[in-house]
Each structure stands twice: as C-alpha cells, then as structure tokens.
Design a binder for this molecule. Structure first.
Ligand SMILES: Cc1cc2nc3c(=O)[nH]c(=O)nc-3n(C[C@H](O)[C@H](O)[C@H](O)COP(=O)(O)O)c2cc1C
Length: 200
C-alpha cells in the first residue's frame, strides 16, 4: 500500500507515522509557569540531535489551532525545561500526566512523585526517574500545527549505579528506558539487547 500524506491520506498522517516510526524515546518534560506551578507532560516526538552543543528537540502539537500546550507555553515564557527519562517503574505515573489539566493546575499534584530542584535551570526534575536533562531553550520552530522545541542540555543527572565510570557510558543492563510503540497505547521494554560492531 502507498499513502499520499499530502492529499488523500493527510488525515491519517499521525496514525501512520506515529505507529511506523517506532520505538521512540519519551521525554517527560517538566516546566514551570509564570505563577510557579510545575507542569509535567510526556512527548515521544523527541530525540537528541547532536553533542556539540548537546542538542535535543521535542514536538508538542498545538492543543487547538493556534493554542500551544502548557509545556510549550511555559518554555516560550521562561526559556527552561527538564527532560526526565522514563523507565517502567514510572510508566504509569508518566501516562497519568498526559491528562489535559487547566494551566494553573499541576499534573504532579497527588502523584506521589518527588521533585528535586534544578541546578542550572529554575525547573525541578522528577526524583524517581532514572535520568534527567536540564535544558535551556535554543529556539521554537512553528511549522503548521507543530512546534519544535529545540534545547541545549546544560546538565545531566543519572541515577547512581547506571553510569559505567570506565567506559563513560550508561550501562545498558541497568538503564532500561521504555519506548513508545504504535499509536494509541503501545509501549515496549528494552530488555532484550544485541550487539553489532560497526565495520572499520
Ligand atoms: C507516551 C506519550 C507520548 C506523547 N507524545 C506527545 C508528543 O510527542 N506531542 C504531543 O503534542 N503530545 C504528546 N502526548 C500528549 C501530551 O502528553 C498531552 O497532550 C499533555 O496533556 C500535554 O500537556 P501540557 O498541556 O501540560 O503540555 C503524548 C502522550 C503520551 C502518553
């Protein structure tokens, strides 16, 4: 089958692409609004795009035409955010924060999660997550109903025990992020790994 996303199948673009381009990592983004309320929401249109400078991007679609989601609004206003990375123990809590709440209400209220103050940004991270990236906004591109939030990572926090000080990499056997799979409700575990050496 072939899908013409510019014409006949334009209305199915999300379903097709979000199911095909998988697994995706999940950015569980914390931000703070003008009144100091901490907002948390997951975004799987997310990845890292470079290391010099350390570049990340994620894409919050508009809530309604022209109306940004709270995360995008807060980043536009305050210029800072934290990307909390998600493993299975926090998966349910992450999913719960995808609820659309009024701008002045925190998704983290009654969640049982703990916040730790940011060090390079005035935005807290979620203590229960295996890792967190403190980011400053580089720019926000608006392309149709999408916003691409581009950030520069200032500081990285990782849970004790998952960083291998010898290889200077995360230990793949102790860091087990979950992945976003087919729309609307599928995820994957990263339990089964295999190694493949690159050609010289
Ligand atoms: C796993 C997962 C991934 C998601 N990824 C995205 C995404 O990439 N872009 C998006 O606009 N919404 C995404 N959502 C929906 C948002 O999390 C949801 O709209 C949320 O209410 C936005 O919150 P905010 O208004 O506080 O920013 C995702 C939801 C889940 C559960």
């Amino acid at each position: 089958m072939t899908f013409d996303l510019m014409d006949e199948h334009a209305g199915e673009a999300y379903k097709i692409l979000a199911s095909l381009v998988t697994p995706r990592p999940i950015a569980w983004v914390t931000t703070v609004n003008a009144e100091g309320v901490v907002n948390a929401a997951p975004f799987s249109f997310f990845n890292v795009f470079g290391s010099n400078p350390p570049l990340v991007a994620f894409a919050p679609g508009n809530r309604e035409p022209g109306v940004p989601k709270d995360t995008a609004l807060n980043i536009r206003e305050r210029g800072e955010f934290v990307i909390n990375l998600v493993d299975e123990p926090v998966a349910e809590a992450m999913n719960a924060t995808a609820a659309s709440l009024p701008h002045d209400q925190s998704e983290l209220e009654n969640s049982g999660l703990n916040l730790l103050a940011g060090e390079s940004v005035r935005v807290p991270r979620i203590a229960e997550c295996p890792a967190a990236l403190e980011c400053k906004k580089h720019s926000i591109l608006e392309i149709g109903g999408n916003r691409l939030v581009i950030g520069i990572v200032q500081r990285v926090h990782v849970r004790d025990g998952i960083f291998d000080p010898e290889s200077h990499r995360l230990d793949p056997n102790s860091y087990r992020p979950i992945g976003r799979m087919a729309s609307p409700h599928w995820y994957c575990r990263t339990e089964e790994l295999f190694e493949m050496k690159r050609p010289d």
